[in-house]
Design a protein around this ligand. Structure first.
Ligand code: GDP
Ligand code: MG
Length: 598
């Protein structure tokens, strides 16, 4: 009976279409939080983040809503991360729901992540309720956007709510639709426990807090549970709901969304998508869709100050407590010393981790260029997975090399079709197809090497279309490619941290651009510094940093001490971000220079 009054739903949207604003409004409308409380909560969370170096986001919230039919409903709103790096997590969060609100901006219409999210929702058989948001904008054209949703997605929009999350218009209609159109959870309370893990976070006092949706059976404190993918067993200490603050309850029943505390020390033991069952009376089959998540992008992180090495390790360990998808292992570079090879889900994930290490842990870093994982098949048949150019085998031992490709979907106004095609072709893309969304916009699909996306694809896409393009991608598989390792030599010495993998057709061009970049970035030294780019033993490009002509301090001759000191201090400051490589001083930016190629 209680089960019939539960509605589990998510909000999906392209970035900036109003997902967070709508969620806030829904919380407010159902009285879960007052506006003041909401602001306080947000502030609290930021402070906590800073203090403990962990992210606390709104993963799920339980709301009660008294509907027009006079009944009271329990609405569980499950938040999803809004970035392509986290597609798997999004899909698992959606798997915990029966329905999704599809928010589309009434001025912008469908964008790339609108579609990507709709596909994920359809994969999970969700009831999708379209919401046309921002109807308060003068440029809003709800009829056009409704038509677009019908034509492109094939959803009936006759009941689509016209809303303004900002002005609080349409909120009640949205909640009524959730109650009426999102199915109540199915599942059998008398079957053995079967619960989906859709998220988790680490709490220093309680250990890992596991976010679950109960599919069958029930769970309460004292139960012995088993994680089916990892095989780990635990005894449940507490179960609870998000009301919206975490509140302990007696038990979680079929259909419920809540959390489990079970003295779990590692987030790695609670993998997103895994099935929690009863250890003594297990369910025969785990839930479908579980995947072990693997990093897609790797880079080296090195402390600028050698003495920060131990602190950097501690920072990574702390971040990993809460983020099972971050991987790292020690690595040494002859150029950069002791550091770590780190694996990330994607570029955003990488940026976030770097930024947090620098800002929250106060450790200035040198980052080496990101690399994807290459599959190198040797002449003896052995296959190596290479995530670090330094480990790339000698050319003579290689039979062939494969690299990961993605299927990229780009939505743009018609006028930019030529621009996008040129950009994709420059990135070694292969045209797949083009479909018109309406008379003014198209979806262009290309297969592109992931390594090209990892460079500055997104920035170039934005700048070449004045921000009008939206973009989404998914991994499509490995393909054979004509690749080689390019090495950079400074003053005749190979700098391992600057090596990267390049397509042979582009080697000459990239080598030339990088040598020019490095010449600009490396300051003059007391001696001439040749810069060379080579593939194997063949030098493909060369530049020279000229020697310094005279001592800069000579200018201060005449004894203005304070000026002299200032100059020395300035030089010292500059040096902090320099790394001594052999006998050459190299600034931090140089290690990222291989990235920025137009
Ligand atoms: P999200 O990225 O989907 O979570 O989008 P946000 O909720 O953060 O909203 C993005 C921007 O759009 C913010 O500046 C909001 O204030 C604004 N916004 C959201 N809903 C509305 C709306 O109904 N009308 C208008 N005019 N602006 C809105
Ligand atoms: Mg948001």
């Amino acid at each position: 009976a209680r089960q019939r009054k539960i509605r589990n739903f998510s909000i999906i949207a392209h970035i900036d279409h109003g997902k967070s604003t709508l969620a806030d409004r829904i919380l407010e409308y159902t009285g879960a939080l007052t506006t003041r409380e909401m602001q306080e909560q947000v502030l609290d969370q930021m402070e906590l983040e800073r203090e403990r170096g962990i992210t606390i986001k709104l993963q799920a919230v339980a709301l009660t809503y008294k509907a027009d039919d006079g009944e009271e409903y329990l609405l569980n709103l499950i938040d999803t991360p809004g970035h392509v790096d986290f597609t798997y997590e999004v899909s698992r969060s959606l798997a915990a729901c029966e329905g999704a609100l599809l928010v589309v901006d009434a001025a912008q219409g469908i964008e790339a992540q609108t579609l990507a999210n709709v596909y994920l929702a359809l994969d999970n058989d969700l009831e999708i309720l379209p919401v046309i948001n921002k109807i308060d904008l003068p440029s809003a054209d709800p009829d056009r956007v409704k038509q677009e949703v019908e034509d492109v997605i094939g959803l009936d929009t006759s009941n689509a709510v016209l809303a303004s999350a900002k002005a609080g218009i349409g909120i009640k209609e949205i909640l009524e639709q959730v109650v009426q159109s999102v199915p109540a959870p199915q599942g059998d309370p008398d079957q053995p426990l079967k619960a989906l893990i859709f998220d988790s976070h680490y709490d220093p006092y309680k250990g890992v807090i596991v976010y679950v949706r109960v599919m069958d059976g029930k769970i309460k404190s004292g139960s012995k549970i088993k994680m089916m993918a990892t095989g780990k067993t635990f005894e449940v200490i507490e179960v609870g709901a998000f009301k919206p603050r975490m509140t302990i309850v007696d038990e979680l029943n079929v259909g419920d969304v809540g959390f489990i505390v079970a003295g779990i020390r590692h987030v790695g033991d609670t993998q997103v998508g895994d099935t929690v069952t009863d250890a003594k009376n297990p369910t025969p089959e785990p839930l479908p869709g579980y995947r072990k998540i693997n990093p897609m992008v790797y880079c080296g992180l090195y402390p600028i100050e050698t003495s920060d090495y131990v602190d950097l390790r501690e920072a990574l360990e702390k971040l990993q407590l809460n983020d099972a998808s971050l991987s790292f292992e020690p690595e040494t570079s002859s150029a950069l010393g002791f550091g770590f090879r780190c694996g990330f889900l994607g570029l955003l994930h990488m940026d976030v981790i770097q930024e947090r290490i620098e800002r929250e842990f106060n450790i200035p870093l040198i980052t080496t260029a990101p690399s994807v994982i290459y599959h190198v098949t040797l002449t003896n048949g052995e296959v190596m997975q290479i995530d670090n150019p330094s480990n790339y085998p000698e050319v003579g031992r290689i039979d062939y090399v494969e690299e990961p490709y993605v299927k990229a979907s780009i939505i743009v106004p018609n006028d930019y079709v030529g621009t996008i095609m040129e950009l994709c072709q420059n990135k070694r893309g292969e045209y797949v197809n083009m479909e018109y969304l309406d008379t003014t916009r198209v979806t262009i699909t290309y297969e592109i090497p992931l390594s090209e996306i990892v460079y500055d694809f997104f920035d170039q896409l934005k700048s070449s279309t004045k921000g009008y393009a939206s973009f989404d991608y998914e991994l499509s598989g490995y393909r054979q490619s004509n690749l080689a390792k390019m090495d950079i030599l400074l003053n005749g010495e190979q700098v391992d941290a600057l090596s990267f993998i390049v397509h042979r057709d582009r080697a000459y061009n990239r080598g030339r651009i990088i040598c020019e970049k490095l010449r600009e970035l490396i300051p003059r030294q007391m001696f001439e510094v040749p810069i060379q780019a080579s593939v194997g033993t063949k030098v493909v490009a060369r530049e020279t940093v000229k020697a310094m002509r005279k001592n800069v301090l000579a200018k201060c001759y005449g004894g203005d001490i304070s000026r002299k000191r200032k100059l020395l201090e300035k030089q010292k400051e500059g040096k902090k971000r320099m790394k001594q490589v052999g006998n050459v001083e190299v600034p931090q930016e140089a290690f990222m220079a291989v990235l920025k190629i137009d």
